[in-house]
Design a protein around this ligand. Sequence first.
Ligand code: PEP
Ligand code: MG
Length: 571
Amino acid sequence: MSKLKGIAASNGVAIAKAYTLEAPELSFETKKVGDVAKETERLQDALDVSKQELEKIKENARQSLGDEHAEIFSAHLLVLSDPEMITPIKDKIKNENINAEAALDEVANMFINMFESMDNAYMRERAADIKDVTKRVMAHLLKVSFPDPALIDEEVIIIAEDLTPSDTAQLNKQFVKGFTTNIGGRTSHSAIMARSLEIPAIVGTKTVTDDVKDGDIIIVDGIDGEVVINPSDDVIKTYRKKQDDFAKQKEIWAQLKDEPTVSKDGTHVELVANIGTPNDVEGIINNGGEGVGLYRTEFLYMGNSDFPSEDDQFDAYKSVLEQMGDKPVVVRTLDIGGDKELSYLDLPKEMNPFLGFRAIRLCLERDDIFRTQLRALLRASTYGNLKIMFPMIATLDEFRQAKALLLDEKDNLKGEGIDVSDDIEIGIMVEIPSTAVIARQFAKEVDFFSIGTNDLIQYTMAADRMNERVSYLYQPYHPAILNLVNNVIEAAHAEGKWAGMCGEMAGDSIAIPILLGLGLDEFSMSATSILPARTQIKDLSKEELASYKDELLSMSTADEVETFIREKTNQ
Ligand code: PEP
Ligand code: MG
């Protein structure tokens, strides 16, 4: 028996025979071609067959996973007919006289590299979409068969280098009990889909395809992120018990779906979700979310070849607001620039994009772009409970300017006879240490704070959040971070305002007790983290946790904080 660690991507325990899903061999040689027309036709045939297959997979996904996930394949189909992708491939064949395989590979890699270098996990996943589609087209060009997980007809756990969205959509839950891969992270498509299918999954094991043979009995423990290979009968028994306990645990979580989030001693906090598109709202509703804590609007801008019109934006915001009814929806205005590029916005390259011309800095200079978004938001405001926040605010002056533009557009709309809500709260994201430090002064003017710890940690620790080598400095429990967070919460409360958090830290089971003790009012996280968090909070005493505040804030290291919290909360 041996064990392997990975990233727990989807909860639960699966025990079954390993089924290795091998990636097709897609190597090719770059060749010169004589007949360009024939080569272009070969490419077109491969694109057409791929489209037909994807239509089928999309239909399967719609039936087994629902509309939201089927949309991934609409995105794949769009890649296949997107002139920005296909025309350069055809041009390469024509102008460089190279074979379709080489042209496809070069163009696809250019797009993959572009998306992979973005600092946003969601956009990095778009690179996975292009990889997935490209492999399918390449397999058709090379006439090699593409794996078909839909044919599995016995209980198995899938082992793979990586699972593409199309692999995952073909998984039949009746037979596929779980999966584990060498690469991937918690926000990869395969992980997201595993959570929707509710099958245990571990990604990022690095070596599972080397360590496990077809037919080995394995256990995927998606709770603790462990793969057990060829376990003894006794070990299997232990994990069967863990499986039963987890099933019971889920029943307990589900009981809280329609309940408010209340600590053991009666403090109510809000558990809301982070979303990127109106499609994500379904997940919030299914998981008992109490609202939207962060709507990242930049995806509206990134999926297009031009700025989205005011009407297109209005439709998206209205859809989210209507679906959420009277629950709060916090929309973040455009957070673009730096390394989150828009192909149609010609920005000069910068030495330090994270410290550069981005987010509110860009919006204040390009107020034409900003005003369009503000108008769309204001028009949508009458359809629900809208709150607006500005990203990357470093000075009070930036906030004042942004708010003035918002109020100006409100006046304009009213002048045009268009209805606008008068109850829109206007807040800021706290992502920059300068703002966290003088939160007192900000609190007099903003309606709320939402702490963006993904960036706040990167700026406080001076550690690029994209750089693996300094990822050890991403320390949410570092006392410096806790002091900043505490400062923001205290400042909000001193002025009768509320403080939320929408960085990854808000859904972290070690951070949750700390934040509850510090008095955080709103926790915004991925939808599937909501019910476990609600269950955890139900058993925590806010008063007890608050009594540790001074001790925690004066600790010296993140490790000290973690050890202390684990001990106090039995984790
Ligand atoms: C953050 O910085 O914590 C945040 C939520 O914003 P993003 O991850 O989109 O930068
Ligand atoms: Mg941020």
